[in-house]
Design a protein around this ligand. Structure first.
Ligand SMILES: Nc1ncnc2c1ncn2[C@@H]1O[C@H](COP(=O)(O)OP(=O)(O)OP(=O)(O)O)[C@@H](O)[C@H]1O
Ligand SMILES: [Mg+2]
Length: 341
């Protein structure tokens, strides 16, 4: 996979080409001070992350970011207030409203799929810039876009292309995971299709295998084939309850993209042998409940108690936590007085 292929898979590159066949979205340039804030590990405080999307007041000052950290006399209690980006926040809110009030956020390539656990409703649904920040700041996938976009490219000797970072807001759509498929295209030929949510068994896929495969092949030949900037790429689709196929995303043909039920060795060699239709792509799906696995993003989570504590969601947990810290403190004080022999 070359750096150029990664560049071509940026949202703002493919969206104009396939606009008619995908979910309505808006692309906003990400200001440098917002990028800095997203990359800053120290500032975890999020402003405006409440779920009522009241318009954030804009002030007319020139500076976008007003970072204000107040230190009390007692050095142990620092009160950090989140930086505010009033102009950007109102642009984002306007975009969210134009998309119906509820959006799915992404950067140039990635969504913060690894961070959904941190949101109150465990979903990537966003109604304000605060919601977006909470997810983005908790996501390794977002950090990858910002810092390591070309890490796995084969042409490491060539300079990294200059990237203009963008916040992508997509109209929120209730997608049923069993309707999502990942399609692998090599030399402009659709060679393989995999169930996207491969950790689950979906009976309807088994029953409608031929139908689904045919619908995806038709969608590919009518709307996708020869229209993209590369001849090798991976596209994701959604087949809705009426059988209509929608484009969800474009990804580079290479190891950065999860090959799901295939292996990259098979896909790269082009020899995806399967028992499926002649001439059609290999079509793989999870066939029995025995093989159901945990969700792939589970490893990114931290224990629920930590989340509740950090969000101040559960007062009782907080009280227990304070009691525990206090008793540990007392224990260690006692130890100091009577050191163990
Ligand atoms: N507009 C939307 N509304 C609601 N959910 C969405 C929307 N777009 C995508 N999703 C869900 O989020 C998942 C991830 O979206 P997307 O493929 O854009 O992210 P990604 O970071 O590119 O993922 P990957 O790393 O697998 O390529 C999709 O599989 C789909 O379930
Ligand atoms: Mg993708």
């Amino acid at each position: 996979m070359k750096k150029e292929q990664v560049v071509h898979c940026q949202f703002s590159v493919w969206y104009p080409i396939f606009k008619k066949h995908t979910i309505k979205s808006l692309i906003l340039p990400l200001p440098q001070n917002v990028i800095d804030y997203l990359l800053d590990d120290g500032t975890l405080v999020i402003s405006g992350s409440d779920h009522n999307s009241q318009p954030i007041q804009t002030n007319n000052s020139e500076s976008d970011a007003e970072e204000d950290v107040q230190w009390s006399d007692d050095e142990t209690t620092a009160i950090a207030t989140a930086p505010e980006f009033p102009e950007f926040a109102s642009t984002v809110l306007e975009a969210i409203n134009a998309l119906g009030g509820c959006v799915f956020p992404k950067l140039n390539w990635s969504a913060p799929r690894d961070a959904n656990w941190i949101a109150l409703n465990s979903s990537l649904e966003c109604r304000s810039l605060g919601d977006v920040f909470l997810l983005f700041k908790s996501s390794d996938f977002i950090t990858h876009d910002l810092t390591q976009a070309f890490l796995q490219c084969s042409d490491q000797d060539s300079p990294d292309p200059v990237i203009s970072y963008e916040l992508v807001l997509r109209k929120w759509a209730e997608l049923i995971p069993g309707g999502e498929f990942r399609c692998f295209v090599k030399e402009n030929k659709l060679i393989a299709v995999s169930q996207r949510d491969h950790t689950q068994y979906y009976q309807h896929i088994l029953k409608q295998e031929q139908h689904i495969s045919q619908a995806i092949q038709d969608f590919f030949s009518q709307h996708v084939q020869y229209r993209f900037l590369d001849e090798d790429f991976v596209f994701d689709v959604y087949r809705d309850s009426q059988g209509r196929v929608w484009l969800i995303d474009l990804n580079p043909f290479g190891e950065v993209t999860d090959s799901l039920l295939f292996s990259w060795d098979e896909l790269m060699s082009g020899e995806v042998v399967d028992h499926q239709q002649q001439d059609g792509p290999a079509f793989r799906y999870t066939t029995s409940e025995v093989t159901v696995q945990p969700s792939p993003c589970l490893s990114y989570r931290i224990p629920r108690d930590f989340v509740d504590l950090s969000a101040g969601e559960d007062a009782y947990k907080l009280i227990d936590f304070l009691k525990l810290t206090k008793s540990q403190q007392e224990e260690s004080e006692e130890e100091e007085e009577n050191p163990p022999q």
